[in-house]
Design a protein around this ligand. Structure first.
Ligand code: AMP
Ligand code: MG
Length: 349
């Protein structure tokens, strides 16, 4: 009882002081949160053979970007075909093994995208990539006989994979390449990881594979310039997106020239040659970064009509921006209010 009275008395006397302290504390918390919101960090790194730029907004931005870089380097070391100690390179040499969780996921998604795209996306393309010199940058033009021999080994149905154990076995000449899907998977993994930090929003640009989550500090959507194959046109247009990946594939991104002919790095698994589908570039806009990356490569192989037909069956999952060789631009209807361009374009419904 005595204690209660004593406390009551002191509390009453000190009410103005306590109120002032409370106001100061609330002020400090608000100020701190505001500063956290205004805080942002950017990191530029070179990995997976490309320049990457990562930007995060929020009080956890520095820690989140440090974790993001570690994750990118981890996946680069795992998936790089050119690094003899990577999981994929060892698999290509040893022809069997128990896959890591990342590779299991990538393989299962690759099988799915292969089925979805009538085989246009095919990770067993690697022997053909090597023949053209894209694996080691010693470019050459293989003849038709060599290509038809190598095409025997481009076949995902020969992969013996157990979902339960993660074990993969493949025939002697089969070799895998996650190059068409790896950056999209990485951006997806990194955004998932960054969600665990105190952040308002994130934008990652892994060499043209863009992925975003959350919001910019001013609450507006992210504005993403869609890459243009022509140097004279800096970009095809601007996309406003939220929680989406924007991934572009085009032959102009990696190619070599011989006798005045350009040979690019997206191979049609039916011919073993650089795809000639009449498209200059394909941009896929999708929540799922892995799907966006796999599809952009595959739809570049399939061409406009098949790309549109696939979109019509899956228009709730992804949208497209297609540029054909005549310079005609097509945009699927899900992007009608999100895409702005000074160029003429046709909306596809
Ligand atoms: P992207 O830049 O995402 O379109 O991927 C191109 C890369 O994917 C190439 O450099 C190859 O490593 C790989 N690739 C090429 N052709 C195919 C294909 N038809 N299916 C799957 N991956 C491919
Ligand atoms: Mg791709």
């Amino acid at each position: 009882m005595r204690i209660k009275n004593y406390l009551d008395g002191n509390v009453c006397k000190n009410i103005p002081v306590l109120a002032l302290l409370l106001i100061i504390c609330i002020g400090i918390v608000i100020l701190d949160r505001q500063q956290g919101k205004n805080q942002s960090s950017t990191k530029a790194i070179f990995a997976m053979d490309t320049y990457m730029e990562l930007t995060a907004y929020g009080s956890g931005s520095e820690a989140a970007l440090a974790a993001a870089e570690l994750e990118i380097r981890r996946l680069d070391a795992l998936l790089s075909t050119g690094n003899s100690t990577s999981e994929i390179a060892r698999l290509n040499t040893e022809k069997s093994g128990v896959l890591s969780q990342d590779s299991c996921y990538l393989l299962e998604r690759s099988i799915q995208i292969n089925e979805l795209t009538e085989g246009a996306f095919d990770i067993t393309i690697y022997p053909v990539m090597e023949a053209w010199g894209f694996a080691g940058e010693e470019f050459r033009v293989p003849d038709d006989k060599e290509l038809s021999e190598l095409l025997q080994y481009v076949d995902m149905s020969v992969l013996e994979y157990s979902k339960e154990t993660g074990e993969l076995k493949m025939p002697q000449h089969t070799k895998l390449d996650f190059g068409g899907i790896g950056k999209g998977y990485t951006s997806q993994r990194v955004t998932e990881l960054m969600r665990e930090y105190d952040l308002e929003g994130v934008i990652l640009n892994l060499g043209g594979n863009v992925q975003t989550f959350g919001e910019k500090p001013d609450k507006s959507d992210w504005k993403i310039a869609v890459k243009s194959p022509e140097n004279s046109v800096p970009y095809l247009g601007i996309l406003s997106v939220k929680d989406k990946a924007v991934v572009t594939s085009g032959g102009y991104e990696r190619y070599f020239e011989e006798d005045g002919v350009a040979y690019h790095h997206i191979i049609d698994p039916r011919t073993g040659k650089p795809a000639q589908s009449g498209l200059m570039s394909v941009t896929v806009v999708c929540r799922d970064g892995t799907l966006a990356d796999g599809l952009s490569t595959a739809l570049y192989v399939l061409g406009r009509d098949k790309a549109v037909a696939l979109w019509q069956q899956h228009s709730d999952e992804f949208d497209l921006i297609l540029l054909d060789e005549q310079g005609k631009l097509y945009v699927t209807s899900g992007l009608e209010n999100a895409f702005m361009s000074e160029l003429e374009y046709e909306i596809i419904y």
